[in-house]
Design a protein around this ligand. Structure first.
Ligand code: ADP
Ligand code: MG
Length: 701
């Protein structure tokens, strides 16, 4: 039986590899449009899966409609009205046998459309239900007039990702033509029989047909929930393809040679002796794991995960010492300038006394200053700290031996590839060390970081006191201000964090400015500072320095302080509108306090009423300070986007798989992935190509 997997139709006769233009009715123009969707070959259409389904197999009584749902209704037009109050609109009132009324509302319409609707006629519509001024309504529903008996759809209607110039109807018909070319199961299957069989999954051919064209008797709720066996089969295969692509990326990198960077114990001793603290056992263990990798001629690919405040920076510095001792350069890259500045200060404080130069490059370093830094990097400056500016074209290192990426979830795999290439000049790939404060549940790590080895800092430095967290409604804001007054009077320092959901730095800055003015007035005896993303780096620095030196008692800030800000004397944090933030972000913010020996507290100021989700989030934070517990909870409440950053999940771009819902598949994915790479590398490559296509080709670059 093993032979079936290996004896497939070869690439030459594989109907899936034919260009789409070989399908009847697909001319050059349509082929070009399809290319925009990443569809070039017939198999790309087989694997262009529905995003979701519309259920037009039944009609819902208007009385039973629920806002937020999508539904199909049928009724008689009662009244038609056009209005031009603010903008033109057309309203059609529809009633049915349940004696309830639904308003169909159109903002864009043509004259013929208005004339089309006649009181008394019967309509069938499909659309999303929302609350309107007078009861429930549908905005721009799809609709058709009914004459006589028109049966409802027999199957769920698949909705595909489309693009301009290509609608659902047309795409559906092209996919039909492609599906007609599906070969039999043996030719289609790429996963070796002996690996697939024990998993009890549905055959691939049946799964594809079942997902594209659900049968009339298919399990509708399961399909809508993504839990149908056909979807599970495809999710498994998709997760496997992603897993394989990350593993192959890893294998490619590991095939290159990296400089061996053994430890210089004299230098390390000097460094450790000058450090104002002793390493924790966890730091020693992780530093040893990193050191072990660095001593080899194979590029290190290691992720260090550790909760906020667990002391990842010094682990990175110890790794940099390996490079320095061997005459190679280290680049440390952070996702924001503020965080990069923080690292710059730590690194300069640690390295300059040892006579080690630390160069600085961010986007705002321009002109002559930039030219000078570039010159230093090209001449071999031992350490460079900065943002993604370090990876841009034109930045050249003499001998890059180690690339450290902080808060990796904000960067993508592509950027890591770009970093790798910075070492190309000398024919050696740099070692890669990735730091993250977002602890990732195991199953998620398996899918997102299959290309990395993982070390965990599971211990906080001693002397930290757990942060006490309380949630207080905005109505009691005055009490909170009194707490700050008391803290200030005792010489303690506090943060006041302003948040907004909008991703607008400008609005955030405005909110912070308003809060700053109010708090200054309310707390004349405290010195109140301000820092936000729109300030000049110099101004930000002045405010941060003053806060650090104790000259400022209360720092009003936006979420720019989320990562990396380190002021041990700050022991109180107020987070405004805490209900708007995700768990991971709240945990990061809270990690800015509790860094010293004084008991710290965090006040989550919220605007009632709280949604159920928000309530659970605030409760979780009150109950625990453990980043791992919080991450697991976050995963259950919000999904992986929050944990990994939208960019990363967007990049992963799953079609059917959902790494939370399908987490239980991961152990099997990993098992099969390892076996396939070892025993069937050609099939592994074809599977990745099939699912990831262009992106997989990119990873091979
Ligand atoms: P994170 O893991 O969140 O990046 P940092 O590296 O910023 O944490 O460290 C947080 C703070 O703890 C810094 O002030 C750092 O100097 C300090 N620190 C790190 N390791 C230790 C240690 N072993 N003992 C005491 N303080 C430490
Ligand atoms: Mg850090």
């Amino acid at each position: 039986m093993v032979a079936t997997a290996g004896s497939h139709a070869t690439a030459m006769t594989d109907p899936g590899l034919e260009p789409v233009a070989t399908l009847p009715g697909v001319g050059p123009a349509l082929a070009e449009t399809l290319r925009k969707l990443g569809i070039e070959r017939v198999q790309d259409l087989w694997f262009h899966l529905p995003l979701r389904y519309e259920d037009r197999t039944r009609v819902t009584a208007i009385r039973d409609l629920v806002a937020g749902d999508a539904a199909q209704v049928e009724g008689v037009v009662e009244a038609v009205e056009t209005g031009f109050r603010y903008r033109p609109q057309l309203k059609v009132a529809l009633t049915d046998a349940s004696h309830a009324t639904l308003v169909l509302r159109f903002f864009h319409f043509r004259r013929q459309q208005v004339e089309q609707f006649k009181p008394g006629m019967r309509l069938r519509c499909y659309g999303a239900i929302r609350h309107g001024q007078h009861g429930l309504e549908m905005v721009h529903p799809q609709y058709r007039a009914l004459h006589g008996d028109t049966p409802v759809e027999a199957t769920l209607t698949p909705i595909y990702p489309v693009t301009e110039g290509l609608g659902q109807q047309r795409l559906r018909s092209v996919i039909d033509k492609a599906l007609a070319r599906l070969p039999d199961e043996t030719a289609l299957e790429l996963i070796p029989h002996e690996m697939l069989q024990p998993l009890g999954l549905m055959p691939l051919r049946d799964a594809l047909l079942g997902v594209h064209r659900p049968a009339p008797d298919a399990d509708v709720p399961a399909l809508l929930a993504g839990a149908h066996p056909a979807q599970q089969r495809l999710a498994f295969e998709e997760l496997l393809a992603h897993h394989l692509s990350l593993k192959r990326l890893r294998a490619r990198i590991r095939k290159q040679r990296a400089p061996a960077l053994p430890n210089d114990s004299a230098l390390e001793k000097k460094f450790l002796e000058a450090l104002p603290f002793m390493l924790t056992r966890a730091q020693q263990r992780v530093a040893a794991e990193v050191g072990h990798d660095l001593a080899k001629r194979v590029p290190m690919l290691r992720l260090v995960q550790g909760d906020v405040g667990s002391g990842k920076t010094v682990v990175a510095a110890l790794a940099a010492l390996h490079a320095i001792a061997n005459g190679w350069q280290t680049a440390l890259m952070a996702p924001t300038e503020l965080l990069a500045e923080q690292h710059l200060r730590s690194f300069r404080a640690w390295f300059e006394p040892l006579g080690i130069e630390v160069a600085w490059l961010v986007g705002k370093v321009t002109g002559r200053a930039r030219a000078k830094v570039l010159e230093r990097l090209a001449a071999g400056a031992p350490v460079a700290v900065g943002t993604h500016a370090l990876m841009q074209d034109g930045v050249e290192f003499e001998r890059l031996g180690l690339a450290v990426v902080d808060e990796q979830h904000r960067f993508g795999v592509q950027q890591r590839i770009a970093l790798r290439d910075k070492g190309a000049a000398v024919g050696e790939a740099p070692h890669q060390l990735v730091l993250t404060a977002t602890p990732i549940p195991r199953t998620l790590a398996m899918s997102a970081y299959a290309d990395l080895d993982v070390s965990t800092l599971d211990e906080l430095p001693p002397g930290r006191t757990p942060v006490r967290t309380v949630a207080i409604a905005n109505g009691r804001r005055d009490e909170v201000i009194e707490r700050i007054r008391a803290a200030c009077a005792e010489g303690r320092q506090a943060y006041w964090v302003c948040t907004l959901i909008e991703d607008s730095e400008q609005l955030q800055a405005q909110a912070a400015e308003v809060a700053h003015a109010q708090l200054r007035k309310a707390l004349p005896e405290c010195s109140v500072g301000l820092v936000h993303g729109r300030m000049k780096p110099k101004e930000k620095q002045v405010a941060m320095d003053a806060f650090k030196a104790g000259g400022i008692g209360l720092l009003v800030a936006t979420t720019v302080i989320e990562v990396g800000v380190d002021v041990p004397n700050a022991s109180l944090m107020v987070i405004e509108n805490a209900e708007r933030l995700g768990l991971a972000q709240l945990h990061q913010l809270r990690g800015r306090v509790g860094r010293g020996a004084v008991a710290s507290s965090c006040v989550l100021l919220y605007q009632p009423p709280l949604s159920g989700l928000a309530q659970q989030r605030l409760e979780t934070l009150r109950e625990t300070n453990d980043g791992f517990v919080i991450a697991e909870k976050d995963l259950r409440l919000r999904g992986p986007g929050e944990l990994l950053g939208t960019r990363q999940t967007g990049e992963m771009g799953f079609r059917v798989a959902d790494i939370v819902r399908d987490a239980s598949l991961m152990p099997a994915v990993q098992r099969v992935g390892t076996a396939m790479l070892r025993e069937y590398p050609v099939l592994a490559r074809r599977l990745t190509e099939r699912w990831i296509g262009g992106a997989a080709r990119f990873a091979d670059a």
